[in-house]
Design a protein around this ligand. Structure first.
Ligand code: PLP
Length: 402
């Protein structure tokens, strides 16, 4: 199988696998146990904290292990809501500091938890047509209001569009407003240095070659983080539950390996492969378009609106049969599911958003695999356009010219 779905879950890196196996052997104890095996596991976690803090640029005490980014995001939103509630009770009124500002392109882990914890106090930060957050909107609003929290992700999971999180952090810090950056798709692909300056940061191992079910939250040291998960005193009472020692060590091994690739400049060549793929795709399939084409994007991600041929689920099934794993990124055009809020926020119609496919590579993806993918897309497009003409069904007639 040629795998182009690394934004959903990247493949386990050999370095992460080796670290996981080694940790299971060396650290079998519960890190909270009083004996030497427990202490050894606890020390391993402390060292892992130092390593993650070294990559992000923060204090090791600010790193909290979680089950992944969804938990980290929920923790931040429920913490901010609890702080807001306490503050507005103290003031005896609810005001603008009771709101949360969340970008229109956030992952549901942020968007949905903001809705749950803030309800009508959720305000959406618009994005431009290229998918980049409207920084002017934030700057202008901050002159008049101070929300409880601003959440803008680092890189988008559907389009790969990079957000100016450093600038958003700067303007929030200047106004004394807490800033949360969901860096789940950024970490392991772009250098994570500097993220540690944000008040809150979420990351997830399985997006960068670590195992599934483990992640981290950076929570600034001045923050008395309200736990989301209760039932134990682990991690300074910030997250109850026995830590996933082997998972954490495998995650750190994967993160450091990725950081070495980035430092060695390995992303530039891969970005060129992605760009060539995009040029060939658009040239071969009239009507195909790359989402966020004008913006800086992750080197590994392409989100493309496919020509009007058929429901994209058919593309996915046909590509799957041919040995390529790709993703729709979100819903099908058939009308049974909602179109992607990310793509509609960028101005795409429901029908265009319904024709989007996402291709996402990993560090070990080779140039010839991108070439094979574009070849296969052209073949499938031909097959589908032929099929719909043969079938003669109006709704399925294709406008493909391949
Ligand atoms: N945030 C972003 C940007 C994501 O892409 C994802 C996963 O797709 C998540 C959060 C949730 O991550 P996890 O699978 O670790 O819960």
């Amino acid at each position: 199988m040629i795998y182009f779905d690394h934004n959903a879950s990247s493949l386990l890196l050999p370095e992460a696998r080796a670290a996981w196996l080694e940790a299971e052997e060396r650290f079998p104890g519960n890190p909270s146990s009083p004996h030497r095996l427990g202490a050894r596991a606890e020390r391993a976690l402390e060292q892992a904290r130092e390593r993650v803090a070294g990559v992000l640029g923060c204090s090791p005490l600010e790193v909290v292990w979680t089950s992944g980014a969804t938990e980290a995001c929920n923790t931040v939103l429920q913490h901010a809501a609890a702080m807001r509630k306490a503050a507005s009770e103290g003031r005896g009124r609810a005001d603008a500091a009771s709101n949360v500002w969340v970008s229109a392109v956030e992952h549901p882990a942020v968007r949905e938890s903001a809705r749950v914890y803030f309800g009508e106090r959720l305000q959406t930060i618009p994005v431009r047509r290229d998918g980049v957050v409207d920084i002017g909107w934030i700057e202008e609003r901050l002159r008049r209001e101070r929300p409880a929290l601003v959440a803008v992700m680092a890189a988008n999971n559907e389009t790969g569009v990079l957000q100016p999180w450093q600038r958003v952090h700067e303007v929030c810090a200047a106004s004394g407003v807490a800033f949360f950056c969901d860096a789940t798709q950024w970490c392991g692909r772009e250098a994570a240095a500097g993220l540690g300056a944000c008040d809150f940061v979420a990351g997830s191992a399985h997006k960068f070659g670590g195992p599934r079910g483990v992640g981290f939250l950076k929570s600034a040291s001045g923050v008395a983080l309200r736990p989301l998960v209760h039932g134990g005193g682990q991690q300074e009472r910030r997250r109850a539950g026995t830590e996933n020692v082997a998972g954490v060590l495998a995650m750190v091994a994967a993160l450091e390996w990725c950081e070495r690739q980035i430092a060695a400049g390995a992303a530039a060549e891969r970005r060129a492969w992605r760009e060539r793929f995009e040029r060939e795709l658009v040239a071969a399939l009239p009507g195909a378009r790359v989402n966020g084409a004008g913006a800086a994007r992750l080197w590994n991600t392409v989100s493309a609106v496919m020509p009007e041929a058929d429901c994209r689920q058919r593309w996915v099934v046909k590509l799957d049969k041919a040995g390529f794993a790709v993703s729709t990124g979100s819903a099908c055009a058939s009308g049974t599911e909602r179109p992607s809020p990310v793509l509609t926020a960028m101005g795409l119609s429901a029908s265009e958003a319904g024709r989007a496919l996402r291709f996402s590579a990993g560090w070990l993806t080779e140039e010839r695999e991108w070439t094979a993918l574009v070849g296969e897309l052209v073949r499938v497009a031909r097959e589908m356009s032929g099929a719909s003409v043969e079938g003669g069904r109006e709704g399925e007639r294709s406008t493909l010219n391949v």
